[in-house]
Design a protein around this ligand. Sequence first.
Ligand code: PLP
Length: 421
Amino acid sequence: MDHFLYRDGALYAEDVPIADIAASVGTPFYVYSSATLTRHFKLFDDALAGTDHLVCYAMKSNSNQAVLKLLGDLGAGMDVVSAGEYLRAKAAGIPGERIVFSGVGKTAEEMRIALEGGIRQFNVESEPEMARLSGVAESLGKTVPITVRVNPDVDAKTHEKIATGKAENKFGIPISRAREVYAQAAALPGLEVIGIDVHIGSQLTQLEPFELAFRKVADLTEVLRTDGHDIRRLDLGGGLGIPYERSNEAPPLPIEFGELIKKTVGHLGCEIEIEPGRLISGNAGLLVAEVIYVKDGEDRQFLILDAAMNDLIRPAMYGAYHDIIPVVEPAPGGEQVKYDVVGPVCESGDTFAKQRVMPQVGTGDLIAFRSAGAYGAVMSSEYNTRPMIPEILVHEDQFAVIRARPTFDEMINRDTIPTWL
Ligand SMILES: *Cc1c(COP(=O)(O)O)cnc(C)c1O
């Protein structure tokens, strides 16, 4: 469920007409709904009610500081994967004790930044990383709480580019070697082993892979406890999918995810962390664009937008599907047309949808991509020297620009031409 609905023939974000935002900031832009972000965070928080838990929002899905502040004020922790994200979370007011640091390639400098600023835990992904983290912690006179990310070799049944829990993926240590690796970790002076971490992928639309992974984590918890490790925190990752194609997808709900967690690991008495990203931010955002031209091709019509692959790369990168709807509500029974929906970038990959059947629109009309709040703005670039598009946050009948569109001068002045040229 989201808060982008038609009302009196026009698309609204909460109580703000989308067309009003377009008139004020120009297109294209991202718009997020505070009510949807809040609702989705609470669904997870409530799903784990009665269990000692922390929902650590995977901020790589949408890291605008206004979004982080909103979620932080609701009690969210953050899952960060770089020093930049760590510092961004801190800048948004998230205390270090609510930040977990994930990722396969943390550098010593990133470790130092997080250790000096305060951190809840590191999710360590390899033996060389363990050794380096221990060294950095020791040099700062600290011991750092860690979990080890295990790779359970479970098929997440999702897109291959976002599956992370198979043996062939770069993430975590093979669960079969966990005892040996935990023994090594426990022997390192800068580390305090407190738990286990697992994250098997993104956009999962079934519960079974989670169940398989969580059961393996539960078994491992008992084994590691027998080995003398005080396993008291389980970080079960994120990955719950959202219905991009509303008509025929129904991924599991956060409440079912919560019930599964209680069923599979509840008996262990561990504190639970989860790291949802997409399910919190995805349906909380639209990408709004204007139709520049409707172009007749040989055998098809192209809808050429002012938004492009540099603004929303998911269709080009993963073949991802996004619902595309007009901002003026189509008349019931109105004409449906088949379009190839494309951007202006000089690549054929700059295609949002091929042969998409949708209501007829014309030059100058506004359209909206649904479910664009996650892995949208954060993955954007200035390819073709196109300015990064603004982000807008709506709260009831107010809206605010939470990231402005840069001027051409700002973009161009970022380069430096050496004096010898
Ligand atoms: C990307 C990622 C997440 C969030 O995944 P979603 O599919 O957005 O919920 C959580 N944890 C880790 C370690 C990740 O890399």
